[in-house]
Design a binder for this molecule. Structure first.
Ligand SMILES: *[C@@H]1O[C@H](CO)[C@@H](O)[C@H](O)[C@H]1NC(C)=O
Ligand SMILES: *[C@@H]1O[C@H](CO)[C@@H](O)[C@H](O)[C@H]1NC(C)=O
Ligand SMILES: *[C@@H]1O[C@H](CO)[C@@H](O)[C@H](O)[C@H]1NC(C)=O
Ligand SMILES: *[C@@H]1O[C@H](CO)[C@@H](O)[C@H](O)[C@H]1NC(C)=O
Ligand SMILES: *[C@@H]1O[C@H](CO)[C@@H](O)[C@H](O)[C@H]1NC(C)=O
Ligand SMILES: *[C@@H]1O[C@H](CO)[C@@H](O)[C@H](O)[C@H]1NC(C)=O
Ligand SMILES: *[C@@H]1O[C@H](CO)[C@@H](O)[C@H](O)[C@H]1NC(C)=O
Length: 914
């Protein structure tokens, strides 16, 4: 990740695009350069869509499947396949192959499937497939084969599927001799076959065809015995052929006494059936009949009387006007009847509405599935479904022009049906009366969605539904709930009440209180604003709760009178919770604390910003978390740590993230390390603040600058204190360095054993050596000699007076200082400028002071000299000495005696630092 500063944003964004552009280029070149590269995986070579003009020669020799489809091959030269002798499946479809050599199969002895659809083959000779003995499937769809001469398929003794659809064949004749004894499926659809003749099908005399596909031909004739020429025929497909009633009748007669089981006659212009249409099928075991898309208008009485074995009948998409009580006569064994869109729909005038007479279904004793969707029935008659004693699944979705009221008699005719599922969606139902379903004691699923029901649910509506598991009521007009609304259906497990303008949900006791087995409750899209804390109390089996698109925000506000409403408490088995679009801007601390099995939670499209820490602590097995389109700025470990542990899906798109270390660093690191799917990353996760990150993806945020904040803080503290200490030392050395080095010298001398030299006064020749500038000699003379006179024991060493004549001045000074008990500096501006004093005398005096004692130096200031000047000129500071050793020459005369006294004290003091 790159950290981008404000000024770099533009250029960075630009270069990012350039990088991705350049990144694409090699990829594209890779594709281009790999134009001849087939993908080989597990002995399967895929060379499709590579514009090949030749069979690749460099594939592994042990491949068993070779896909050469969608190339520009003109032939399959057998020599090119020598290498691939292990091939079992060869697909050369969608090329321009016009010739096939017989040696191909010779090179491929194991070949089982050969697909050459959509090529330009026009001729098949006897030799073409002569070596293809092991072939089980041969696909030649969409070539230009117009005629089969002699017996090209004769050697295909193992062939199971042969597909010759979409060629120009005018006959079914594929050979002159018996052959294809193992063939099960033969497709000749979309050819130009006009007639089925015995002599053109007798090459199949030994075959057992499960499927003979002849759809989309122009068959006008079924010659006598044509189907009997085939060894065994069980499935016949004749869709999209203009048969009409008479040819259908002829067809059925030809099928008489065959083993036909499945007959498909979809879109054959069979407008009406008579009691003779299917007569020929009487002597068959037909189980499946497809009559869909026929515009079938009239089903004459007893039309199906010949089909007692039929199990599966589809009449979908027809135009039936009227079902009479004998229309389905004889269909004793039908299990599945499809009447979807089977009846007249064009007109809405009552006269032309389809009519179903009472007892129309009475013959269908074994019917289990009845689909009557998308019709236009005027209503349900009292005996409409009578006799369907095995009916389990009934779909009446959109079956009626309108079915305004479900009364206690509407489903009377189903009283004896063991119905399990009833679909009544899209029927404009507006009212359910009490006891409407009381006949349906076995019913498990009742679908009443997408109607116009608007009523109070007293609970009597569901009377008698003793086994009901699911009631779907979503998308209705309005439902006013009462405490008893579902009191009579305690077995209910799924209740869907989406967008029904649900009223009174906050009634007490709760409308759901008896639904102890409820696992799914959908209350979404109801604009519900008030619910009680105990609305879901006792629903401990609840697994899915949908409350999205309501108005529950107030319930979780701190400011809510009586405090936040904990309406999720106790739902310990909840797996899925949807609270999207509720306007939530607050979630109370323990809102989810009981939901320890939660796998998915949707809090998207709310106004959430700050979530309380530990909010999701119970959600350790969470798999999916949605928080898109909120106002979340910070993704904090304290909140999101626990739920992120096992997450597989996260959606936090479109939040105004604050891209600072405290707010986002942990999240960015988590994103980098997680395997979870994060939808919309990186484009929909943009920083809002701080300004320099605004509009950038959070994934650009550089976390290396923040890492873990704890060690960082420590480092900060250490760094800062080191720096401060350093500054302190520098300042100290700068301002007090002299003191340090001075005391250091002193200490070193002490430690190295220079004992304090505290000789008795009589051991010194002089009481003090007086250092002064030459110009100050008058003052010295004037003030020190009187003191000597007063006190005979006091003797100063005054340079002018006491130096031995002829002695070298420097040596004299050193000797004199050594023979003096103390050294007095008479400090004036003159002294500071006196070169000899400056360097030499002072140095020696200080040296002696260090060796002896700090008290041995006395400073007498005749004028005010700042410390820095003193230091600069003499390397002395006032601070080096005890205050009693620093004397100022008083300006006032009357203080001079006090000065003398002080000087005496200083001279008399012992040479000691203590
Ligand atoms: C097929 O050949 C490839 C190399 O040509 C080899 O990696 C692979 O293991 C072979 N597969 C078998 C099943 O022998
Ligand atoms: C057919 O396949 C078998 C192995 O399944 C092989 O032994 C036999 O040679 C093949 N027959 C021909 C004619 O290639
Ligand atoms: C077929 O219906 C006609 C009347 O439409 C009737 O006369 C004839 O007996 C019926 N045939 C059979 C076999 O039921
Ligand atoms: C249907 O309800 C009405 C009263 O609404 C009642 O008179 C009638 O007997 C009920 N019919 C059945 C079959 O229960
Ligand atoms: C609730 O479910 C349990 C177990 O699945 C079942 O035994 C019980 O009969 C059900 N309760 C009702 C009222 O159907
Ligand atoms: C995380 O998920 C795995 C597998 O989905 C599961 O085995 C594990 O118990 C889960 N961990 C937690 C803390 O729920
Ligand atoms: C992302 O993770 C990889 C490996 O898990 C690590 O090498 C890399 O430094 C991480 N990048 C950032 C920006 O944290």
């Amino acid at each position: 990740m790159v950290r981008i500063s404000e000024g770099e944003v533009m250029s960075q964004g630009l270069s990012y695009h350039i990088y991705s552009f350049w990144g694409l280029l090699p990829l594209w070149m890779l594709c281009a350069s790999s134009a001849n590269k087939c993908v080989v995986r597990h002995e399967v070579a895929d060379c499709s869509h590579l514009r090949l003009t030749q069979v690749p020669a460099d594939l592994p020799a042990n491949i068993t499947v070779l896909n050469l489809t969608h190339n520009q091959l003109r032939k399959l030269p057998p020599a090119n396949f020598t290498r691939y002798s292990q091939l079992i499946i060869l697909d050369g479809g969608f090329n321009s192959i016009s010739k096939l050599e017989s040696e191909l199969c010779q090179k491929l002895p194991l070949l089982k499937v050969l697909n050459l659809q959509h090529n330009e083959l026009s001729q098949l000779s006897d030799k073409t497939f002569v070596y293809c003995v092991n072939l089980t499937e041969l696909h030649l769809t969409s070539n230009s084969i117009q005629k089969i001469k002699s017996n090209p398929f004769k050697n295909l003794k193992n062939l199971i599927k042969l597909d010759l659809a979409h060629n120009g064949l005018s006959s079914t004749k594929l050979g002159t001799e018996l052959q294809l004894e193992n063939l099960q499926e033969l497709s000749l659809s979309n050819n130009k076959i006009h007639a089925l003749r015995r002599e053109e099908l007798d090459f199949l005399g030994n075959s057992s065809l499960k499927k003979l596909e002849l759809s989309s031909n122009q068959i006008k004739e079924f010659s006598s015995g044509c189907f009997h020429a085939i060894g065994k025929l069980s499935g016949l497909f004749l869709n999209n052929i203009q048969l009409g009633s008479s040819l259908t009748e002829k067809l059925c007669l030809e099928l008489s006494n065959t083993s036909i089981q499945s007959l498909s006659l979809s879109n054959t212009q069979l407008y009406r059936t008579s009691n003779m249409t299917f007569f020929g099928l009487k002597e068959t075991n037909l189980t499946m009949l497809d009559l869909s898309h026929n515009s079938l208008n009239k089903i004459a009485n007893d039309s199906f009387a010949w089909l007692p074995h039929l199990e599966y009948l589809t009449l979908e998409n027809n135009n039936i006007e009227h079902l009479s009580s004998r229309s389905f006569y004889g269909l004793l064994n039908v299990r599945y009847l499809n009447l979807k869109r089977s009846f007249t729909k064009q007109s809405t005038s009552l006269a032309s509405l389809p009519k179903i007479d009472d007892f129309s279904f009475q013959w269908l004793k074994y019917l289990e599935h009845l689909n009557m969707e998308d019709n236009n029935f005027p209503g349900i008659k009292n005996n409409m479904f009578t006799g369907l004693i095995r009916l389990k699944y009934l779909s009446l979705s959109s079956s009626f022009t309108s079915l305004p009221t479900l009364t206690n008699e509407t489903f009377l005719s189903l009283a004896n049906s063991p119905l399990l599922i009833l679909n009544l969606t899209r029927n404009k139902i507006s009212k359910i009366e009490s006891g409407a379903f009381s006949w349906l004691g076995h019913l498990e699923v009742l679908d009443l969605g997408l109607n116009e029901i608007g009523q109070e649910l007293t609970g009597q509506e569901w009377r008698g539904l003793g086994n009901i598991v699911e009631i779907y009521l979503s998308y209705n007009k309005y439902l006013q709930l009462t405490s008893n609304s579902f009191a009579l259906v305690p077995s209910l497990q799924q209740l869907m009440l989406r967008r029904v303008a649900c009223k009174n949900v906050d009634i007490s006791p709760s409308p759901f209180c008896s639904l102890r087995n409820l696992t799914i409750l959908d209350l979404s899209n109801n604009n519900i604003a008030n619910i009680n804390e105990d609305m879901l109390e006792g629903l401990d089996k609840l697994e899915i709760l949908d409350l999205q698109h309501n108005n529950l925000a107030r319930l979780w506000k701190h400011a809510n009178p009586g405090g936040p409403v904990h309406f999720l408490k106790g739902l310990s088995h909840l797996h899925v919770l949807n609270l999207e679009s509720n306007g939530f801007d607050e979630i109370p601390q323990g809102a989810f604390k009981d939901l320890s099995e939660l796998k998915s939670i949707d809090l998207g499209l709310n106004n959430l910003n700050i979530l309380p820490p530990s909010l999701f602590d119970s959600q350790t097995s969470l798999k999916s978390l949605k928080l898109e389109k909120n106002l979340i700025t910070s993704v904090d470990k304290n909140v999101f740590g626990p739920p992120f542990k096992n997450l597989t899906n996260l959606d936090m798109r479109f939040n105004p993230f604050d891209c600072t270390c405290e707010s986002i660093a942990w999240f960015v690191n988590w994103i980098n390390g997680t395997h979870a799917n994060i939808s919309g990353l990186p484009d929909d996760y943009l920083c809002n603040t701080p300004p320099q990150y605004h509009g950038l993806s959070v994934t650009f945020f550089d976390t290396s600058a923040c890492k873990d904040s704890a060690p960082f803080e420590l480092l900060f503290i250490i760094n800062t204190s080191t720096l401060l200490f350093f500054i302190f030392i520098v300042l100290l050395v700068h301002f007090e360095g002299w003191r340090i080095s001075f005391y250091w010298n002193v200490s070193v001398h002490r430690i190295l054993g220079f004992k304090e030299i505290d000789r008795q006064p009589e051991q010194f020749e002089y009481a003090a050596y007086v250092i002064h500038a030459h110009k100050d000699r008058d003052w010295v003379w004037q003030h020190f000699s009187p003191m000597e006179e007063k006190d005979q024991s006091l003797k100063f060493c005054l340079e002018e007076r006491d130096f031995e004549a002829g002695a070298l001045e420097l040596e004299a000074i050193v000797n004199s200082i050594k023979r003096s008990r103390k050294t007095i500096f008479v400090i004036t501006q003159h002294l500071l400028k006196d070169p000899l004093c400056k360097r030499f005398k002072v140095h020696h005096a200080v040296q002696q002071a260090v060796e002896q004692n700090l008290d041995s130096i006395i400073l007498i200031f005749l004028e005010e000299i700042p410390d820095y000047k003193l230091n600069h000129a003499l390397c002395l500071r006032r601070g080096m000495f005890k205050s009693r050793c620093i004397l100022n020459w008083p300006v006032q005369k009357e203080r001079i005696s006090a000065f003398h006294h002080k000087l005496q004290v200083a001279l008399g003091s012992r040479n000691s630092v203590y």
